[in-house]
Ligand binder design. Structure first.
Ligand code: C5P
Length: 299
């Protein structure tokens, strides 16, 4: 995430992510699933503005900034929003008189597997750690982040690409030598993460991320494209026929490779370059996909 100070305020950019690889290994007794996943932050971000207040409250205002074609996706301004939960957790460490007004400008579609809410929460932890002068070390912020959600710690990590294990909260940074040109798309309907995991069939002996990670480290797009995998795509397509419709639209174009991200319903394709990504995004929109944009992975 990118944070900068403007007077007494802080402004953060909270990027989305895609899962280039996601293998569900097994169900755990705590209700989560053991994963092997490669997450990569991308160039599409929400913006958060943090303004200190004299009263002790945490207030959130959300401004929707993504196309109306996706309908009115609900982004709560209450404690249901991870941003408010992140602020309240940190407040337990801060001066009781500290308060904040947060404005969240939402560009990353919700219920999409793009990690928007998790990234917003991570940015909130990092920003308020400065704004309220709490000074928690990164390790402690990561611990709070993992309590908020399995992929929140990834958004606090320095490296924008990581191999994540456990329930997704244990990270090994990758140093990618290439930025992937992508098209991101999302059908109108979203999916609830827990429902998709409930439907999935774990793959204890499924493919591993080794080849894809080598491709990223070596700057070779071929092994990355060939190494894409997502256990959650089959159950997501069972739950939402719209994911299959988006897949079919991607199959009609000449992507190097494509798949759903996270628990869906957003979908991405890898292109040879950014010009091709812009052209493919326009073609998908023309074909009736409500939201399709060109972006790239961060390095
Ligand atoms: O960690 P997070 O709150 O984002 O997870 C949302 C839900 O997704 C969990 O309650 C769980 O049902 C499911 N999940 C899972 N295994 C994971 C991550 C999430 O089953 N590794």
């Amino acid at each position: 995430m990118l944070l900068r100070q403007a007077g007494s305020c802080w402004i953060g950019q909270a990027p989305a992510k895609v899962n280039l690889f996601l293998r569900v290994i097994r169900r755990r007794t705590d209700g989560y699933h053991e994963l092997e996943t490669v997450m990569a932050r991308v160039g599409l971000s929400d913006t958060l503005l943090f303004v200190p207040t004299t009263d002790a409250g945490v207030k959130l205002a959300v401004q929707m900034a993504y196309p109306r074609s996706l309908g009115a996706l609900p982004v709560p301004e209450t404690a249901d929003n991870l941003v408010v939960q992140a602020a309240q957790r940190l407040k337990a460490f801060a001066d009781a008189s500290a308060g904040v007004k947060i404005t969240l400008i939402k560009r990353v579609p919700a219920a999409a597997g793009l990690g928007g809410g998790s990234s917003d929460a991570a940015t909130t932890l990092a920003a308020l750690n400065h704004l309220w002068r709490i000074g928690l070390p990164l390790g402690e912020l990561q611990r709070i982040a993992a309590e908020l959600g399995s992929d929140v710690p990834f958004f606090l990590a320095e490296s924008p690409v990581a191999l994540c294990t456990g329930r997704g909260e244990q990270m090994q940074s990758l140093s990618p030598r290439l930025s992937l040109s992508l098209v991101l798309a999302r059908p109108e309907a979203g999916l609830v993460t827990a429902a998709v995991y409930r439907e999935c069939r774990p793959e204890p002996d499924g493919p591993t991320a080794g080849r894809l990670c080598d491709g990223l480290r070596g700057g070779a797009v071929g092994p990355v494209a060939q190494g894409l995998h997502n256990t959650l795509q089959t159950p997501a397509e069972r739950l939402s026929p719209m994911v299959s419709i988006v897949r079919a639209a991607f199959e009609r174009e000449r992507f190097l490779a494509h798949q759903m991200t996270g628990s869906g319903t957003a979908y991405f394709g890898i292109c040879a370059n950014s010009r091709q990504a812009r052209r493919m995004a326009a073609r998908l929109r023309a074909a009736g996909i409500p939201w399709a944009i060109a972006t790239s992975t961060l390095i």
